[in-house]
Design a binder for this molecule. Sequence first.
Ligand SMILES: Cc1cc2nc3c(=O)[nH]c(=O)nc-3n(C[C@H](O)[C@H](O)[C@H](O)COP(=O)(O)OP(=O)(O)OC[C@H]3O[C@@H](n4cnc5c(N)ncnc54)[C@H](O)[C@@H]3O)c2cc1C
Length: 401
Amino acid sequence: MLMVDFAYTDEQLALQKKARVFTHEYILPYASYYDKTGEFPLPIIRKAWDAGLMNLAIPKEYGGPELGLVEACIVVEEFASGCAGMTTSIFANQLGPEPIMIAGSPEQKEKYLRPLTEAPKLVSFACSEPGMGSDVAGIKTAVEKDGDEYVINGSKFWITNAPYADYFTVFASLDPSKRHKALCAFIVDADAPGVKIGRPVEKMGHRASSTASIMFRDARVPAENLLGSEGEGFKIAMKTFALTRPAIAAFATGLARSAMEYAREYTMKRDAFGSKLREFQAIQFKLAEMLMKVETSRLLYLRAAWAADTTPDATIPASIAKAFATDAAMWCASEALQIHGGYGYIDQYPLEKIFRDAKLYQIYEGTSEIQRLILGRYVLDGYQPARETPPRWAGQKAPDF
Ligand SMILES: Cc1cc2nc3c(=O)[nH]c(=O)nc-3n(C[C@H](O)[C@H](O)[C@H](O)COP(=O)(O)OP(=O)(O)OC[C@H]3O[C@@H](n4cnc5c(N)ncnc54)[C@H](O)[C@@H]3O)c2cc1C
């Protein structure tokens, strides 16, 4: 029996439809407004929460719907087809609490996951710093134990939703010289003493998401807010990325799909050299390439999300999906803009926004280079070759049978 099924279940189809209708009613009509103003889309986030389209992974015992990553990715593709920035704001709530889902005690889950299901609260994942992003083991934010508290000193940078979050999952080091061995993960309340949030930074794209720094100056955190045990922070961060990178691939797929659809519509309207653009084979080839990239990206994110839902370690399929789909989205955005000619470059059409938004996918949650670093090391040290020994190649003889 072939154990592969490419069809969505009825429940998944219904969820996709719900997310698509939500996107058309509440995301697309306001995407340009939030992009231009850079305002934080709180009304849209509240609507997504009301519709039950946020916090999808929270287990039933803490009041959540306990959906798999496959389902979250299906929703994310729809949202991102409407506005990448709003999707980043909404789905930061998948990233932020993930360390708690991975390593939290039942008490921590009860205290910090349940409230997300009772009100539209936001959570941030605070790992990156002004001096590091890719090199997670190089975290400099310092933590030391003081009685039944931990004291944190240092700064985090580029933290999505930080100005609006109720709490953060924060990574800090007991001894930066020990790199990954000394990392710890904590839950830190936004109003804890010694915590200060910076002003949101101006960004090229994803302008409907809020990105800011967090400063810790002798910030005191109860010892019970340590996630897992001391030294487990690096492992928790890596596990988190393996669970969230498939969703970034799904974001990218939604954006690429949208770019393709805008390009398709434009080729039917625009005349050049006495024909519609759609008549030119060079244009058709670009559309064909976009479709190939969108479909491949979707297969890859579904495969990675399936691996995250059903196997102990999805790191490799997650990196493949993230690297491929985000590069594909950047290419589709660029070519869809090109098909629009000068109109692609101005704000009467959505392509210039889509182009700006696409770039971030290659940067956050591990850059395209970091995904290739993971995959390259895997090919060399983890991959099991199908062929055990190299074949004799030079000087092969004719078969004697
Ligand atoms: C809008 C936005 C939102 C973000 N949200 C969050 C968030 O919510 N939480 C959070 O913790 N972080 C967040 N980030 C941070 C983001 O994850 C980092 O920017 C990203 O991981 C890259 O780190 P960096 O910027 O320090 O680049 P660096 O690590 O300094 O890398 C610079 C360049 O060098 C390349 N490079 C680095 N090391 C290698 C290597 N070994 N081999 C080859 N190339 C390499 C990188 O790929 C990159 O091209 C966000 C960033 C942005 C822009």
